[in-house]
Ligand binder design. Structure first.
Ligand code: DX5
Ligand code: ZN
Length: 222
């Protein structure tokens, strides 16, 4: 029996309309999303490029939702300040990027923002142990980072379990990649409580965004 946790749904704007981000940010807010997940990619850390601090500033104007900014960039230490100035509420950096992880997390916390650590599918959980006392959220990639619309990797579930047993009961564990009502529920059972979802919400075959958010939330705890 797992302890019931507050489920947070964080729609990923990566699956939104790049020509009309402001509208999609508002749709997420009105549609019952809890956080807006924003994927920043630099073409180095991952083989894809999305957007930078100016776009985060545009999201900041469009919505009051907390902006959950996931930096898939090689040098998060060099850009953290700019993303925080732009309005990021949570700044998530990768363990595998080329920076002093502890220093970057401290740089984020000193600004009063939530410091998040992300780990890739291939990274063993043990690598996260040294940083657990320094983070406000943990993001476990459930696909290889870089693109939306990939299939969930079920072999990550034991990692989620191991991390949940190592962190405080109330530390948010975010799962990101291939999350839909079924995989989301498996992750929640394993100990995650924040569900990032792009394609399953924005491009649902039959449900609109409001309905898809509600379905994901409901199924996670049924
Ligand atoms: C992938 C990104 C995800 C992405 C998830 O590198 O970090 O946030 O938007 O997209 P879906 O939910 O479509 O797998
Ligand atoms: Zn992400």
């Amino acid at each position: 029996m797992t302890t019931p946790r507050n489920i947070i749904v964080a729609p990923s704007i990566l699956a939104g309309d790049f020509g009309d981000f402001a509208r999609d940010a508002q749709r997420v807010e009105q549609g019952g999303g809890d956080w807006l997940h924003c994927d920043v990619m630099d073409g180095h850390f991952v083989p894809n490029i999305t957007f930078g601090p100016d776009t985060i500033a545009a999201f900041r104007k469009a919505t009051k939702l907390p902006l959950d900014v996931h930096l898939m960039i090689e040098r998060p230490d060099q850009y953290a300040e700019r993303f925080m100035d732009a309005g990021a509420d949570h700044l998530i950096v990768h363990l595998e990027a080329a920076h002093d992880v502890a220093k970057t997390l401290a740089q984020i916390r000193v600004r009063g923002k939530s410091a998040g650590l992300a780990i890739n599918p291939a990274t063993p959980v043990e690598k996260a142990w040294p940083f657990l006392g320094q983070i406000d959220e943990l993001l476990v990639m459930t696909v290889h980072p870089g693109f939306g619309g990939q299939a969930f990797l079920p072999e990550i579930l034991p990692k989620i379990r191991a991390l949940r047993s190592a962190v405080a009961e109330d530390l948010p564990i975010i799962v990101d990649g291939g999350i839909n009502p079924e995989t989301g529920r498996q992750c929640v059972e394993a100990g995650a409580n924040v569900l990032v979802a792009g394609n399953s919400l924005f491009r649902h075959k039959t449900l609109n965004l409001v309905e898809a958010i509600a379905e994901l939330r409901k199924h996670a705890t049924d």
